[in-house]
Design a protein around this ligand. Structure first.
Ligand SMILES: O=C(O)c1cc(C(=O)O)c2c(n1)C(=O)C(=O)c1cc(C(=O)O)[nH]c1-2
Length: 266
Protein backbone atom coordinates (compact mmCIF):
# COMPACT_ATOMS: atom_id res chain seq x y z
CA UNK A 1 0.00 0.00 0.00
CA UNK A 2 1.17 3.48 -0.73
CA UNK A 3 2.33 4.85 2.59
CA UNK A 4 1.11 8.30 1.65
CA UNK A 5 -2.46 6.94 1.35
CA UNK A 6 -2.47 5.41 4.85
CA UNK A 7 -4.79 7.21 7.26
CA UNK A 8 -2.93 9.42 9.71
CA UNK A 9 -2.66 7.79 13.15
CA UNK A 10 -4.32 9.73 15.96
CA UNK A 11 -1.66 11.86 17.62
CA UNK A 12 -0.34 10.37 20.86
CA UNK A 13 -1.49 12.31 23.91
CA UNK A 14 1.16 14.67 25.03
CA UNK A 15 1.87 15.78 28.57
CA UNK A 16 1.91 19.35 27.21
CA UNK A 17 -1.68 19.09 25.95
CA UNK A 18 -4.37 21.02 27.79
CA UNK A 19 -5.46 19.52 31.09
CA UNK A 20 -8.65 17.44 31.07
CA UNK A 21 -11.68 18.40 33.13
CA UNK A 22 -11.99 16.01 36.14
CA UNK A 23 -15.05 14.29 34.64
CA UNK A 24 -13.23 13.77 31.35
CA UNK A 25 -10.35 12.20 33.29
CA UNK A 26 -12.86 9.87 34.98
CA UNK A 27 -14.37 8.96 31.61
CA UNK A 28 -10.92 8.06 30.28
CA UNK A 29 -10.17 5.95 33.36
CA UNK A 30 -13.44 4.08 32.91
CA UNK A 31 -12.65 3.54 29.22
CA UNK A 32 -9.38 1.85 30.22
CA UNK A 33 -11.33 -0.51 32.47
CA UNK A 34 -13.84 -1.25 29.72
CA UNK A 35 -11.02 -2.25 27.40
CA UNK A 36 -8.44 -3.86 29.67
CA UNK A 37 -9.92 -5.06 32.98
CA UNK A 38 -9.44 -8.77 33.69
CA UNK A 39 -13.18 -9.58 33.53
CA UNK A 40 -12.55 -9.97 29.79
CA UNK A 41 -9.77 -12.51 30.19
CA UNK A 42 -10.59 -15.97 28.75
CA UNK A 43 -9.51 -17.64 32.00
CA UNK A 44 -12.14 -15.65 33.94
CA UNK A 45 -14.77 -16.46 31.35
CA UNK A 46 -14.02 -20.17 31.86
CA UNK A 47 -13.91 -19.81 35.66
CA UNK A 48 -17.23 -18.02 35.91
CA UNK A 49 -19.09 -20.20 33.47
CA UNK A 50 -18.23 -23.48 35.16
CA UNK A 51 -15.91 -24.74 32.45
CA UNK A 52 -12.92 -25.40 34.70
CA UNK A 53 -12.35 -28.54 36.72
CA UNK A 54 -11.57 -28.60 40.42
CA UNK A 55 -7.81 -28.69 39.84
CA UNK A 56 -7.95 -25.59 37.64
CA UNK A 57 -10.03 -23.73 40.24
CA UNK A 58 -7.50 -24.79 42.88
CA UNK A 59 -4.68 -23.38 40.74
CA UNK A 60 -6.54 -20.07 40.44
CA UNK A 61 -7.24 -19.80 44.20
CA UNK A 62 -3.68 -20.79 45.10
CA UNK A 63 -2.09 -18.22 42.79
CA UNK A 64 -4.58 -15.50 43.63
CA UNK A 65 -3.65 -15.93 47.31
CA UNK A 66 -0.30 -14.36 46.47
CA UNK A 67 -2.12 -11.21 45.34
CA UNK A 68 -4.21 -11.20 48.53
CA UNK A 69 -1.14 -11.76 50.69
CA UNK A 70 0.72 -8.85 49.13
CA UNK A 71 -2.08 -6.24 48.99
CA UNK A 72 -1.43 -5.18 52.62
CA UNK A 73 2.31 -5.00 51.85
CA UNK A 74 1.68 -2.61 48.99
CA UNK A 75 -0.78 -0.60 51.12
CA UNK A 76 1.79 -0.41 53.93
CA UNK A 77 4.35 0.86 51.40
CA UNK A 78 1.84 3.44 50.22
CA UNK A 79 0.89 4.43 53.77
CA UNK A 80 4.53 4.95 54.71
CA UNK A 81 4.73 7.70 52.10
CA UNK A 82 1.59 9.65 53.05
CA UNK A 83 2.36 12.85 54.94
CA UNK A 84 -1.25 13.83 55.61
CA UNK A 85 -2.67 12.17 58.77
CA UNK A 86 -6.23 12.43 57.47
CA UNK A 87 -5.36 10.54 54.29
CA UNK A 88 -3.34 8.00 56.29
CA UNK A 89 -6.35 7.39 58.55
CA UNK A 90 -8.50 6.50 55.56
CA UNK A 91 -5.89 4.41 53.76
CA UNK A 92 -4.90 2.35 56.82
CA UNK A 93 -8.41 0.83 56.86
CA UNK A 94 -7.41 -1.18 53.77
CA UNK A 95 -4.75 -2.98 55.79
CA UNK A 96 -7.27 -3.70 58.56
CA UNK A 97 -9.75 -5.05 56.00
CA UNK A 98 -7.21 -7.58 54.76
CA UNK A 99 -5.44 -8.47 58.02
CA UNK A 100 -8.49 -8.27 60.31
CA UNK A 101 -8.32 -7.16 63.93
CA UNK A 102 -7.63 -10.66 65.23
CA UNK A 103 -6.73 -14.16 64.03
CA UNK A 104 -9.26 -15.67 61.68
CA UNK A 105 -10.68 -12.28 60.74
CA UNK A 106 -10.11 -10.20 57.57
CA UNK A 107 -9.72 -10.81 53.87
CA UNK A 108 -6.61 -13.00 53.97
CA UNK A 109 -8.26 -15.37 56.47
CA UNK A 110 -11.41 -15.43 54.34
CA UNK A 111 -9.40 -16.29 51.24
CA UNK A 112 -7.88 -19.21 53.16
CA UNK A 113 -11.41 -20.45 53.85
CA UNK A 114 -11.81 -20.72 50.09
CA UNK A 115 -8.55 -22.60 49.60
CA UNK A 116 -9.49 -24.88 52.56
CA UNK A 117 -12.87 -25.58 50.98
CA UNK A 118 -11.13 -26.46 47.73
CA UNK A 119 -9.03 -29.02 49.60
CA UNK A 120 -5.69 -27.21 49.34
CA UNK A 121 -3.33 -27.77 52.26
CA UNK A 122 -2.68 -24.52 54.18
CA UNK A 123 1.07 -25.06 54.08
CA UNK A 124 1.02 -25.30 50.31
CA UNK A 125 -0.96 -22.07 49.99
CA UNK A 126 0.77 -19.99 52.65
CA UNK A 127 4.33 -21.01 51.75
CA UNK A 128 3.90 -19.86 48.15
CA UNK A 129 6.20 -22.69 47.10
CA UNK A 130 3.97 -23.90 44.25
CA UNK A 131 3.17 -20.52 42.71
CA UNK A 132 3.60 -19.83 39.03
CA UNK A 133 6.72 -17.69 38.68
CA UNK A 134 4.72 -15.14 36.66
CA UNK A 135 2.28 -14.68 39.56
CA UNK A 136 5.12 -13.80 41.86
CA UNK A 137 6.67 -11.42 39.31
CA UNK A 138 3.38 -9.65 38.59
CA UNK A 139 2.57 -9.12 42.26
CA UNK A 140 6.10 -7.91 43.00
CA UNK A 141 5.83 -5.49 40.08
CA UNK A 142 2.73 -3.99 41.71
CA UNK A 143 4.50 -3.54 45.06
CA UNK A 144 7.52 -1.97 43.36
CA UNK A 145 5.33 0.37 41.33
CA UNK A 146 3.62 1.65 44.48
CA UNK A 147 6.95 2.08 46.26
CA UNK A 148 8.73 3.87 43.48
CA UNK A 149 6.21 6.03 41.64
CA UNK A 150 4.57 9.22 42.87
CA UNK A 151 1.89 8.98 45.55
CA UNK A 152 -0.65 10.06 42.95
CA UNK A 153 0.32 7.18 40.61
CA UNK A 154 0.37 4.74 43.54
CA UNK A 155 -3.18 5.71 44.51
CA UNK A 156 -4.31 5.63 40.88
CA UNK A 157 -2.98 2.09 40.50
CA UNK A 158 -5.65 0.89 42.96
CA UNK A 159 -8.40 2.12 40.63
CA UNK A 160 -8.98 -1.29 39.06
CA UNK A 161 -11.25 -1.70 42.08
CA UNK A 162 -13.71 0.58 40.31
CA UNK A 163 -14.48 -2.39 38.09
CA UNK A 164 -14.28 -5.13 40.73
CA UNK A 165 -17.91 -5.24 41.99
CA UNK A 166 -19.21 -6.29 38.59
CA UNK A 167 -16.76 -9.15 38.23
CA UNK A 168 -17.28 -10.26 41.84
CA UNK A 169 -21.05 -10.47 41.21
CA UNK A 170 -20.45 -12.55 38.08
CA UNK A 171 -17.95 -14.77 39.85
CA UNK A 172 -20.06 -15.57 42.91
CA UNK A 173 -23.21 -16.26 40.89
CA UNK A 174 -21.32 -18.27 38.26
CA UNK A 175 -19.27 -20.37 40.66
CA UNK A 176 -22.22 -21.18 42.92
CA UNK A 177 -24.36 -22.18 39.98
CA UNK A 178 -21.70 -24.26 38.24
CA UNK A 179 -19.41 -25.95 40.74
CA UNK A 180 -20.69 -28.44 43.29
CA UNK A 181 -17.38 -28.16 45.18
CA UNK A 182 -17.91 -24.42 45.91
CA UNK A 183 -20.30 -23.24 48.67
CA UNK A 184 -21.55 -19.80 49.65
CA UNK A 185 -19.47 -19.96 52.82
CA UNK A 186 -16.32 -20.70 50.79
CA UNK A 187 -16.95 -17.51 48.79
CA UNK A 188 -17.48 -15.32 51.91
CA UNK A 189 -14.39 -13.31 50.92
CA UNK A 190 -16.33 -11.72 48.11
CA UNK A 191 -19.29 -10.65 50.29
CA UNK A 192 -17.02 -8.26 52.18
CA UNK A 193 -15.33 -7.02 49.02
CA UNK A 194 -18.68 -6.11 47.52
CA UNK A 195 -19.01 -3.19 49.93
CA UNK A 196 -15.30 -2.52 50.61
CA UNK A 197 -14.26 -2.23 46.95
CA UNK A 198 -16.73 0.54 46.00
CA UNK A 199 -15.85 2.57 49.12
CA UNK A 200 -12.13 2.24 48.42
CA UNK A 201 -12.48 2.93 44.72
CA UNK A 202 -14.74 5.97 45.19
CA UNK A 203 -12.27 7.47 47.62
CA UNK A 204 -9.29 6.85 45.33
CA UNK A 205 -11.16 8.20 42.31
CA UNK A 206 -12.11 11.38 44.15
CA UNK A 207 -8.49 11.80 45.28
CA UNK A 208 -7.17 11.36 41.76
CA UNK A 209 -9.73 13.79 40.28
CA UNK A 210 -8.79 16.44 42.83
CA UNK A 211 -5.00 15.98 42.64
CA UNK A 212 -4.25 15.16 39.00
CA UNK A 213 -4.60 18.68 37.67
CA UNK A 214 -1.92 19.07 35.01
CA UNK A 215 -2.09 17.04 31.80
CA UNK A 216 1.22 15.44 32.75
CA UNK A 217 -0.21 14.23 36.06
CA UNK A 218 -3.37 13.05 34.34
CA UNK A 219 -1.41 11.04 31.77
CA UNK A 220 0.59 9.47 34.62
CA UNK A 221 -2.66 8.45 36.33
CA UNK A 222 -4.02 6.87 33.14
CA UNK A 223 -0.74 5.02 32.64
CA UNK A 224 -0.87 3.75 36.25
CA UNK A 225 -4.28 2.22 35.67
CA UNK A 226 -3.11 0.61 32.41
CA UNK A 227 -0.11 -0.81 34.26
CA UNK A 228 -2.36 -2.28 36.96
CA UNK A 229 -4.68 -3.85 34.39
CA UNK A 230 -1.55 -5.44 32.90
CA UNK A 231 -0.60 -6.86 36.32
CA UNK A 232 -4.00 -8.54 36.68
CA UNK A 233 -4.13 -9.68 33.06
CA UNK A 234 -0.66 -11.23 33.11
CA UNK A 235 -1.55 -13.28 36.20
CA UNK A 236 -4.42 -14.83 34.27
CA UNK A 237 -2.27 -15.35 31.16
CA UNK A 238 0.09 -17.40 33.31
CA UNK A 239 -2.78 -19.49 34.70
CA UNK A 240 -4.20 -20.04 31.24
CA UNK A 241 -0.87 -21.19 29.75
CA UNK A 242 -0.14 -23.53 32.65
CA UNK A 243 -3.57 -25.02 33.34
CA UNK A 244 -5.80 -24.58 30.27
CA UNK A 245 -3.63 -24.66 27.19
CA UNK A 246 -1.01 -25.71 26.30
CA UNK A 247 -0.72 -26.86 29.94
CA UNK A 248 2.86 -25.79 30.26
CA UNK A 249 3.34 -26.04 34.02
CA UNK A 250 6.68 -24.49 35.03
CA UNK A 251 9.05 -26.60 37.16
CA UNK A 252 8.03 -26.54 40.81
CA UNK A 253 4.59 -25.06 40.17
CA UNK A 254 1.32 -26.58 41.41
CA UNK A 255 0.22 -29.75 39.63
CA UNK A 256 -3.31 -30.52 40.77
CA UNK A 257 -3.22 -34.31 40.78
CA UNK A 258 0.09 -34.47 42.64
CA UNK A 259 -1.16 -32.63 45.70
CA UNK A 260 -4.81 -33.43 45.95
CA UNK A 261 -6.42 -36.82 46.34
CA UNK A 262 -8.83 -37.10 43.41
CA UNK A 263 -12.48 -37.85 44.11
CA UNK A 264 -13.10 -41.54 43.50
CA UNK A 265 -14.66 -42.13 40.11
CA UNK A 266 -18.19 -43.58 40.19
O1 LIG B 1 -11.65 -10.31 42.51
C1 LIG B 1 -11.16 -9.47 41.79
O2 LIG B 1 -11.27 -9.51 40.55
C2 LIG B 1 -10.40 -8.38 42.43
C3 LIG B 1 -9.82 -7.36 41.69
C4 LIG B 1 -9.06 -6.38 42.35
C5 LIG B 1 -8.51 -5.35 41.50
O3 LIG B 1 -9.21 -4.99 40.53
O4 LIG B 1 -7.40 -4.89 41.69
C6 LIG B 1 -8.90 -6.43 43.75
C7 LIG B 1 -9.57 -7.48 44.41
N1 LIG B 1 -10.30 -8.41 43.76
C8 LIG B 1 -9.50 -7.61 45.82
O5 LIG B 1 -10.12 -8.53 46.38
C9 LIG B 1 -8.74 -6.71 46.57
O6 LIG B 1 -8.69 -6.80 47.80
C10 LIG B 1 -8.05 -5.68 45.91
C11 LIG B 1 -7.20 -4.69 46.40
C12 LIG B 1 -6.77 -4.02 45.28
C13 LIG B 1 -5.81 -2.93 45.21
O7 LIG B 1 -5.30 -2.68 44.11
O8 LIG B 1 -5.52 -2.28 46.24
N2 LIG B 1 -7.33 -4.55 44.18
C14 LIG B 1 -8.11 -5.56 44.53
Amino acid sequence: MNAAAAPAAAPAPNARDAALAPDELEARLRAIGAERYHDKHPFHVLLHSGRLDRGQVQAWALNRFEYQRCIPLKDAALLARIEDPQLRRVWRQRIVDHDGERDGDGGIARWLRLTDALGLPRELVESGRALLPATRFAVQAYIHFVRERSLLEAIASSLTELFAPKIIGQRVAGMLANYDFVSKDALAYFDSRLHQAPQDADFALDYVKRHALSREQQESVLAALRFKCDVLWSMLDALHLAYVEPRLVPPGAFRPQEFIPQEPRP
